[in-house]
Design a protein around this ligand. Structure first.
Ligand code: CA
Length: 229
C-alpha cells in the first residue's frame, strides 16, 4: 500500500511517516499542495493524508482539485482546527475523513485501515495463490490447511513483499519493484533487505506448498510446489 502524505510541518511529517512506515506502508511525503498535484499526475497512491493548513494552496483546495481531476482515492484530512464547520466543509470538498491534531498514531492507523477497507469493498480485496489468500484491506494472509484456514504471522514488510508478489503472480516480480513497494521514494532500505524478507517468507510459505523462485538478474516468482516440512 502506497500513501501520499501532504504536510508542510517537517516534524509532524517525519513523525507520521515513521509511524506509517513502521506499519508497513510505503509513504511518499510532499510539503505543498502544488507538489501533491504534480506527483498524483504521474504516480498512483492507495490513499492520501492531507494537512489542512498548507502554504499557498490549502488542504481543502487541494482535495477539491484532486476530486475535480477524477481521483477517487480515499483522502484523510489532518487539521489543527477543531471546528465543526471545517469538518463539514472538508467532506463537502471530497475528503473521506478528518483527524484533529494532535492525534495518536494507533488512531490514524485505524482510520486509514477503515478508509482503505471501504474503498476496496467495491472491488475484490482478496487475492489468492495456491493455498494462500491475502485480504489486502485487512492486511492479513491466510493459508488453507487440512485443519482449516490459518492466519500466517507476517511482519509489516514481509506482508508488503508478499502482497506485491501475489499481485504479480504468475508473472515474476522485479526486485527493484519490490524494493520500491517497500520504500516509496526513500532509499533507507537496501536491496539486501529484500533478500532477507524473501528468505523469511520462504520459511513461512514453503511448508504450505508455495515456493519463491529466484529469477537470476531479475527478481522472484511465486510457484506452486510440493509442501515441505
Ligand atoms: Ca501545516
Amino acid at each position: 500500500m502506497r500513501l501520499l502524505l501532504v504536510e508542510d510541518d517537517v516534524m509532524v511529517a517525519s513523525g507520521i511517516k515513521l509511524g506509517l512506515s513502521g506499519a508497513g506502508y510505503a509513504v511518499d511525503w510532499v510539503g505543498s499542495g502544488e507538489k501533491a498535484l504534480q506527483v498524483t499526475q504521474t504516480e498512483s497512491f492507495d490513499a492520501a493524508i492531507i494537512d489542512l493548513g498548507l502554504p499557498k494552496m490549502d488542504g481543502l483546495e487541494l482535495t477539491q482539485t484532486l476530486r475535480k481531476s477524477g481521483l477517487t482515492l480515499p483522502i484523510l484530512i489532518l487539521t489543527a482546527r477543531d471546528a465543526l464547520e471545517d469538518r463539514v466543509h472538508g467532506l463537502d470538498y471530497g475528503a473521506d475523513d478528518y483527524m484533529v491534531k494532535p492525534f495518536e498514531l494507533p488512531e490514524l492507523l485505524a482510520r486509514l485501515r477503515a478508509l482503505l477497507r471501504r474503498s476496496q469493498a467495491a472491488t475484490s480485496s482478496s487475492v489468492s495463490f495456491g493455498s494462500v489468500t491475502l485480504d489486502t484491506a485487512m492486511r492479513q494472509a491466510h493459508v488453507q490447511t487440512p485443519q482449516g484456514m490459518q492466519l500466517i504471522d507476517l511482519g509489516p514488510r514481509e506482508w508488503t513483499v508478499l502482497e506485491y508478489l501475489m499481485l504479480q503472480a504468475p508473472k515474476p516480480a522485479a526486485k527493484e519493484k519490490i524494493l520500491a513497494a517497500l520504500t516509496g521514494w526513500d532509499k533507507e532500505i537496501t536491496a539486501n533487505a529484500v533478500e532477507v524478507y524473501i528468505s523469511r517468507l520462504r520459511g513461512k510459505l514453503e511448508p504450505h506448498g508455495i515456493a519463491l523462485r529466484s529469477i537470476r538478474g531479475f527478481g522472484y516468482r511465486l510457484e506452486l510446489a510440493e509442501p515441505s516440512s
